[in-house]
Ligand binder design. Sequence first.
Ligand SMILES: [Zn+2]
Length: 98
Amino acid sequence: MSQDPDDSSVRRRVTVTTVRRRSFAVVAPRQVSPSVRVPCRACGGEVDAVTPDAASEILRADAFRLERLIAAGLVHGIATASGAVWICLTSLFPEANP
Ligand SMILES: [Zn+2]
């Protein structure tokens, strides 16, 4: 049994399927404000905050992981009167805070 590795007969088909669509916030700044200033109790002052969606994007984590991080206190979630939650931007980058 001899198998000649005949490269010429081997056709490599590289199929690149782009199914992932990145949902970057490329919208006009006025349409959706990427961040707001909110008082973060954990930080003890006003911080920049982003939506949970944006935070997930920044963390490259899904919503479940983000929720767990908030529950663990690693990420600061700031609830508004309406029940909506903003994510403390400062808490996303712990290494930037001594
Ligand atoms: Zn905070």
